[in-house]
Design a protein around this ligand. Structure first.
Ligand code: FES
Ligand code: FE
Length: 373
């Protein structure tokens, strides 16, 4: 008698363990995914004044984003054109007028132009215009600066905006929360010792909700069934009758953001924006995660909690509101970290299985694989 592989009994295969550990695979993902797609890099509101800057890791590059004197955001490779020193070594900061390389003092304007370089004037035939910083494509959406390292970036409308509206089923489903007008209430940085794909897959399933998210299931009881994976919350997961708001103990939140449709009230919507954003929408705030893969087994996740300006201005206590998804994050990331070491195991050499309701994770795997080959 032959034994049928378990995957033929209705379960779906996952990627093999090596997909989460292999340095060559990770390098290819950086090159073919993170260096070719639009990446949500920084919150525009973090760079309010001319001269403010922030640096982020995108693929294998370090990208510098500045607010120029004309008020626009600009992105550059954070590499001096002289001998390649990293121009800004801090993660964030503020310069008065220019960006000055600490090595030999080449000085760049906030628009990337090389404005001064000691002794270069004396060298015949050298045009400073040839040595400006290398620009990176930048778009603003939802109050974030999105950057793309590709020479010819893919359509932002199709690959970013289109993918969100396709998943949430309505072009206005996100815009009605007016994320660009919201204000950062809290940001938490998580360093997760797990491959970025484990974090995406975990976000896309709710099979684990009943076992690891007791607080979330209190507010969203349908998650206890394990079926409310992201493709199923296009309709929004309804709050429990006992929950007054999306808070850790069900206490009231901050009402409803202006402009929300009736059917968006008392519901949680979520989607991913490939490859590195998770978007969570509830009536009184928006939670947005940005992932930055740093190594096959290390991912930085920046999570922002965004509220109406009057809520933050009033000094309201947002802790019960933040605490709910902070706990969810900690529970999720602990699960991913528990999984990561076993990706090396012989037991997982040919992968594991997904239950059939997680077919959208299979679709994610196909997307990743198709970009790598
Ligand atoms: Fe930057 Fe020389 S490397 S000025
Ligand atoms: Fe989870």
């Amino acid at each position: 008698m032959t034994t049928m592989p378990i995957t033929q009994a209705g379960l779906l295969p996952t990627l093999p363990g090596s997909a989460y550990t292999d340095p060559a695979t990770f390098r290819r993902e950086q090159e073919r995914i993170f260096e070719t797609r639009w990446i949500c890099a920084v919150r525009a509101g973090d760079l309010l004044t001319p001269g403010s800057f922030r640096t982020v890791t995108v693929g294998r590059e370090n990208v510098l984003i500045t607010r120029a004197r004309d008020g626009a955001l600009r992105a550059f490779l954070n590499v001096c054109r002289h001998r390649g020193a990293r121009l800004c070594t801090e993660e964030s900061g503020q310069v008065r007028r220019n960006l000055r390389c600490p090595y030999h003092a080449w000085t760049y304007g906030l628009d990337g132009r090389l404005v001064a370089a000691p002794n270069l004037r004396d060298v015949p035939g050298v045009d400073r215009a040839d040595y400006g910083l290398i620009g990176v494509a930048l778009r603003e959406w939802l109050g974030y600066a999105w950057v793309c390292l590709a020479d010819t970036p893919p359509s932002f409308e199709e690959t970013v905006i289109g993918s969100v509206t396709a998943r949430l089923g309505d072009a206005d489903a996100v815009e009605r929360y007016r994320p660009a007008d919201l204000v950062l209430g809290r940001r938490i940085d998580y360093e997760v010792r797990a491959n970025w794909k484990l974090i995406v897959e975990n976000f896309m399933e709710c099979y684990h909700c009943a076992s690891i998210h007791p607080e979330l299931v209190q507010v969203l009881p349908e998650f206890a069934g394990g079926y409310a994976a992201q493709s199923y919350v296009g309709h929004g997961a309804e709050f429990s009758g006992d929950a007054e708001g999306f808070t850790v103990d069900g206490q009231a939140g901050f009402g409803r953001l202006p402009g929300l449709a009736e059917e968006q009230d008392r519901r949680y919507f979520a989607t991913t924006v490939r490859p590195q954003v998770f978007l969570n929408l509830v009536p009184d705030h928006v939670i947005l995660h940005r992932m930055f893969p740093l190594a096959p087994d290390l991912t930085r996740v920046e999570c922002d909690w965004l509220y109406a300006a009057d809520v933050i201005d009033s000094g309201a206590d947002i802790s019960a509101s933040v605490e709910l998804f902070h706990r969810v994050n900690e529970q999720d990331f602990a699960a991913c970290e528990r999984t990561q070491p076993a990706m090396h195991s012989r037991a997982y050499g040919t992968g594991g299985v997904l239950v059939p309701t997680e077919h959208h994770i299979t679709e994610f795997h196909h997307w990743v694989t198709s970009l790598l080959h």
